[in-house]
Design a binder for this molecule. Structure first.
Ligand code: PEP
Ligand code: CO
Length: 459
């Protein structure tokens, strides 16, 4: 395939390079105490193989462009923050299973291909609201994700350690390798959805609905194959892409590379990096870094972002208005989305900007439970998704996907859902070191409610 000309930085006066972000203010970066150790780790990373290829990245861009046109739906999900201890075969395959099950439900109800992107294989860095944490009068650097330091509240654990970037790169490689091997080995074959059964499915309040969907798909496939007399193509494998918040810029820079026979620079540490809410300043280091790479780019858009800011971001990050380049992930909160989102939709539409709109119903709905846990209520998550569909329909724009924090494990971190978890249940299995995730059952329920809402609007 001929390389597409990505003129991402040519119109801007300032030249771009993989390190040009260094002359801008970089928010949310750790302070490494040993500069030599940092530069040794970065040298080592620069020499290591990348995790993904430019052709995969370009294929994803094309599929995101199709999602913009309403020909695909994006399902992006995974942990708020991966951590080193959970880089295990069970955690990886259970997360893959729940994403595959959700995509099956979505394919069935939306009747279009689902673009699957995992928040995994690199989601190791976290923005924090404060640079330090104080407990019982002791002040230590905040935990910034396993790629930076360790969560235990001790001085040694909290010192940023550059070797952790190498560990994060290795674990990302192990994760993506295992996902690719499972998929190549037929794990994602639609003919065998039983591969994805998690132990709980049989006992879930959602089991019957899920079973009906699987049977519906199996019958349709059987029908097609009988009719054509041969196996249906492309049902035995699926594409899976990886994404993470590209927060830790020294790390991202080492994986930003040129490749033979392609123009431009690619972040080869992930297919789909995104800019978080806290690092979207127009003149900041993150926006500077992102404007020069050829990957598709996600931007989190919260209620505090002004229309002016949003429009300038579109200009800087997608000056040539290329399809598939920019995904806007709105995360407003169920109580404010009806006020905040419509003016943004109108403004972007008026500009004629090509973007994929995606709803993150998680980050605007975080609250503290009565017993002191950081949690989210399923009813609010549901409400934000449903309102998103309605608000896009009213604005004449399209909701092309969702961005979720979820796990394939039986955790109790968000309340509500089919089992109506209450605050007291949070004590049973709260494992997240950062934000609360939907458990397997709440995730599947989310896919079902998206299908129902979509069909209600369509029909
Ligand atoms: C996240 O996706 O985990 C995150 C921190 O999101 P936001 O930047 O929207 O707060
Ligand atoms: Co989060």
């Amino acid at each position: 395939m001929k390389a597409q000309p990505f003129a991402v930085s040519t119109h801007l006066a300032a030249p771009w390079s993989p390190d040009s972000w260094q002359s801008h203010v970089a928010e949310q970066q750790p302070r490494y105490p040993d500069a030599d150790a940092l530069s040794r780790a970065l040298d080592e990373l620069r020499a290591l193989p990348p995790l993904v290829t430019s052709s995969e990245i370009l294929a994803l861009r094309r599929q995101l462009a199709e999602a913009e046109e309403g020909r695909r739906f994006l399902l992006q999900g995974g942990d708020c923050c991966e951590n080193f201890a959970y880089c295990t075969p069970e955690v990886i395959s259970n997360r893959l299973k729940v994403l595959l099950q959700m995509s099956l439900v979505l394919v069935h109800s939306l009747r279009m291909p689902v673009l699957r992107v995992g928040r995994f294989a690199g989601q190791y860095a976290k923005p924090r609201s404060s640079a330090t944490e104080v407990r019982d009068g002791v002040e230590l650097p905040s935990y910034r994700g396993d790629i930076v330091n360790a969560p235990e509240f001790s001085a040694t654990a909290r010192v940023p350690d550059p070797q952790r970037m190498i560990a994060a790169h290795s674990r990302s490689a192990l994760t993506i390798n295992f996902v690719r091997s499972l998929i190549d080995g037929g794990f994602a074959d639609l003919h065998h959805p039983e591969n994805w059964d998690l132990a709980w499915v049989r006992h879930s309040p959602l089991a019957d609905e899920y079973k009906r969907i699987v049977e519906g798909i199996s019958e349709a496939m059987h029908f097609m194959e009988t009719l054509s007399g041969e196996p249906a193509h492309n049902l035995d494998r699926v594409d899976f892409y990886s994404s993470h918040e590209a927060l830790l810029l020294p790390y991202e820079q080492t994986l930003t590379r040129q490749v033979p026979r392609q123009q431009g620079w690619f972040n080869l540490g992930t297919h789909f990096p995104w800019i978080g809410m806290r690092t979207a300043a127009l003149d900041g280091a993150h926006v500077e870094y992102f404007r020069g790479i050829c990957n598709p780019v996600g931007v989190k858009v919260g209620p505090s972002m002004s229309i002016e800011h949003l429009l300038r971001l579109l200009e800087v990050l997608n000056p040539d208005n290329e399809p598939g380049r920019l995904t806007l992930i709105h995360r407003m909160g169920a109580d404010v989305i009806a006020d905040k989102l419509p003016p943004m939709l109108d403004a972007v539409k008026r500009e004629g900007a090509r973007v994929l709109w995606v709803c993150d119903p998680m980050h605007g709905n975080t609250e503290n439970s009565s017993n002191g846990y950081k949690t989210r209520r399923f009813a609010n998550i549901r409400s934000e998704i449903e309102q998103s569909f309605d608000l896009h329909a009213a604005a004449g724009t399209r909701l092309g996907g969702v961005h979720l924090e979820l796990t394939g494990e039986d955790v109790t971190e968000c309340t509500g859902g089919a089992r109506d978890l209450g605050d007291a249940d949070l004590e049973r299995a709260y494992h997240s070191t950062v934000d609360p995730r939907l458990n397997y059952e709440q995730s599947l329920e989310t896919a079902m409610l998206i299908g129902r809402k979509y069909n209600q609007l369509a029909g």
